[in-house]
Structure formats: C-alpha cells, structure tokens
Design a protein around this ligand. Structure first.
Ligand code: DX5
Ligand code: ZN
Length: 220
C-alpha cells in the first residue's frame, strides 16, 4: 500500500484557510478535525468550515469527527462531499448502521479508536469500513507526543485486516512526525495524520515529501 499523508489543519492559520491549504497541496487529503467540547475537551469547528474546505477544491477532505452522537451528525459530512468520514467507536450508538448509511451517501468510512479502545470487538465487522483510525494520542489537541504503546494495536489491526483478505487502511493520528512515522509504518499503518509536524515546518511540502518517503520504506 502506498502511504497516504493527511495533514491536520487543526492548528493552521484559520484566518488564511485557503493559503494554508495551498501550502499542503502536495498532500493526499486535508484532515479536518471536528471537536464538539463534549466528546473531547476542546471545540474546533463544524460543518460550515468542512464545507468551505471541500468547496476550495484544493484537496479531498478526510473528516475526523470527535463528537458525541455521530449517528445524527456524520451523514451531513458525507452529504457535503467529504471524501471520507471517520467517527469514533466510543461515540456511535450503531456503528454498523452508520457505516452503511455513509456508504450509501457516497463517502468512505473510517472507524476511530481512542487509546484505551481495543480493535478486538470490531474484527468481525472490518469489511464495513475503508479505514481504521488508531489514535496515537488521546484525542482533543494537536501537538501531543506519540504514544508508543499504541503500536501493538496498529499491528493487531493490520494483521486482522490481512487475515480477512481486506483492503482497509490503517490511519494513525497524533504525534506523527519524522521521528515517529517509521515506527507506525513498520507496525502496519499506511495513512498518517500529521498536524504540527507539517505546519511548523519551514516548507510544508518538503516535510510532506520527507514523511512520505520515510513511511514508504516500511509500507508494503
Ligand atoms: C487530535 C487530532 C489530530 C491532531 C494532530 O485530537 O485528531 O488530528 O490535530 O496533531 P499533531 O500531529 O500535532 O499531533
Ligand atoms: Zn484527527
């Protein structure tokens, strides 16, 4: 699998959203973190901002919904044209029904796991998803340190996907940088969210290229 680099715009200069998206235009997608101040202790933005990023047509949008009641809110993100919509396993009342609804609307579907949530309960329904997001920080804020003890979960997730003969992406999100990306790729991740690593770099495109190259050494 070719590595996918998904810069998170959480900590970008929101007053210059178009400029910031243009800076990362060599990425595969723009990762848009939606936080509701209930599921996580932080508030970011919602549908109108996601819609503006979609409308800019600079990059496809990978929406990461850190919100309560995704059963109610996630379909709107598919309807406005997000390429993929990821909701949290801990928040969804009926993850399978929601995944099918998002697919019916036409988006790809991701299932996100907080650090303390195991993949085991979801192994039998992996085929319902296009991506599993293994959080490598506790969700809520950018700029945190990568939690190495998540690597066994990345590995178990990749092994379960391979054992089922599926083509499902494994995304890691939180603390991904040139210092940590190889460990994640080696464990089986193929999709890498990086916020501060990309937006604090002098040259965001060069940083994206470096991350892609480091990950490609381990993505098979
Ligand atoms: C954290 C968000 C991440 C975050 C990544 O809750 O889901 O997408 O913004 O930022 P860094 O790469 O700085 O950890
Ligand atoms: Zn995220």
């Amino acid at each position: 699998m070719k590595p996918t680099i998904s810069p998170s715009i959480l900590n970008c200069d929101i007053a210059d959203l178009r400029g910031e998206l243009t800076k990362i235009s060599s990425a595969d997608v723009a990762h848009v973190d939606v936080m509701d101040n209930h599921f996580v202790p932080n508030l970011s933005w919602g549908l109108p901002v996601a819609e503006a990023v979609v409308a800019s047509k600079i990059l496809p949008v990978d929406a990461h919904l850190m919100i309560e009641d995704p059963d109610r809110w996630a379909p709107s993100y598919a309807e406005i044209g997000c390429q993929s919509v990821t909701f949290h396993a801990e928040a969804a009342a009926a993850p399978l029904r929601l995944a099918r609804e998002l697919h019916r609307i036409g988006s790809r579907v991701g299932l996100a796991l907080r650090p303390a949530t195991d993949i085991a309960p979801f192994v039998d329904i992996l085929s319902e998803f296009d991506m599993i997001l293994v959080m490598t920080v506790e969700p809520g804020f950018g700029g945190q340190s990568f939690i190495d003890s998540m690597l066994p979960k990345v590995r178990r997730t990749r092994e379960a996907i391979n054992a089922a003969g599926l083509e499902v992406s494994v995304q890691v999100d939180g603390g991904v940088s040139r210092r940590t990306i190889e460990r994640a790729a080696e464990a089986g991740a193929d999709n890498f969210v990086a916020g501060s690593a990309v937006f604090t770099a002098d040259d965001a495109c060069a940083e994206i290229a470096t991350l892609r190259e480091l990950a490609a050494r381990h993505c098979h």
